[in-house]
Design a protein around this ligand. Structure first.
Ligand SMILES: C[S@@+](CC[C@H](N)C(=O)[O-])C[C@H]1O[C@@H](n2cnc3c(N)ncnc32)[C@H](O)[C@@H]1O
Length: 249
């Protein structure tokens, strides 16, 4: 089972997007006056989306919905929205984890995904991100930060140290094929119950039509892990896609 497009679907999507292009990120690099004001997705839209996801998980699993993992934090817009959604839903037992090197896209990013990205795109330092969260009354000390490149941090030692065992919701927003593949490989043994996986950049620069990016990593993941089934659920915008993933019975 996978979410690959047939040749006809790909052609139709190409034609449709010629007239209705998928919106691009408003900022990736260069000078910006206020990095906290760069909202890649309207914050309230994300709060509402996360609340819906948490309500869905609550229906399936009860109050212990599991933890939130975010891969790609940047200025904290999405993880801050999740923090506020968790507060609103009163789900204090859901721990929040943010994984990021805080140095933008990794070296070599321009060599994959048809060259649409560049190393250093979307750089926001850890300290700047904390300031942005403070402006939204989000206490960054209540979030566990895993700082570093994924090829150095996504390993068994991190699983052990942080006692990662029950996942609820995962926000994958690290743009490239290789980063999202590293994330999915890391998550595979941890998916022992239903989880929601959000892919923020599924259609970024038409990477799905090109067979690259998150489209490629998630389809490869499903193909090499037939023990999981995936059902698409409503996402928060046109660029992203969201799935409920469950181990098969
Ligand atoms: C598009 S931004 C995330 C946007 C954020 N979710 C928001 O709401 O604004 C992508 C982030 O992924 C991080 N990233 C991408 N690949 C990574 C890797 N291999 N290791 C660590 N961080 C990575 C970058 O540092 C950057 O902060």
């Amino acid at each position: 089972m996978n979410y690959r497009y047939s040749p006809i679907q790909r052609t139709l999507k190409r034609i449709y997007r010629k007239f209705n292009p998928v919106p691009k990120s408003p900022w990736t690099a260069g000078h910006v006056d206020d990095i906290c004001a760069v909202n890649l997705v309207p914050p309230q839209k994300l709060v509402d989306f996360f609340k819906d996801c948490l309500a869905r998980l609550k229906e399936i699993k009860g109050n212990e919905v599991g933890d939130y993992f975010e891969f790609g934090v940047f200025n904290g817009n999405s993880i801050g929205s999740m923090y506020l959604a968790r507060e609103a839903m009163g789900l204090k037992s859901t721990r929040l984890f943010g994984f990021d090197a805080f140095q933008g896209l990794p070296p070599g990013a321009e060599k994959e995904d048809a060259g649409v990205d560049k190393a250093g795109f979307s750089t926001c330092s850890f300290e700047q991100m904390q300031q942005c969260l403070l402006r939204r009354n989000v206490n960054s000390n209540e979030i566990t930060w895993v700082k570093g490149w994924y090829n150095e941090t996504l390993n068994d030692e991190t699983v052990r140290k942080l006692n990662l065992r029950k996942i609820g919701l995962v926000f994958i927003d690290c743009d490239t094929y290789s980063s999202s593949k590293a994330v999915l490989d890391f998550l595979e043994p941890l998916i022992t119950e239903p989880v929601i996986l959000c892919f923020d950049d599924w259609k970024l620069y038409d990477l799905d039509i090109k067979g690259e990016g998150e489209y490629r990593s998630f389809n490869e993941f499903l193909e090499s892990n037939p023990q999981f089934e995936a059902e698409e659920i409503k996402s928060y915008n046109r660029k992203s896609r969201t799935f409920l993933v469950k181990p098969r019975k």
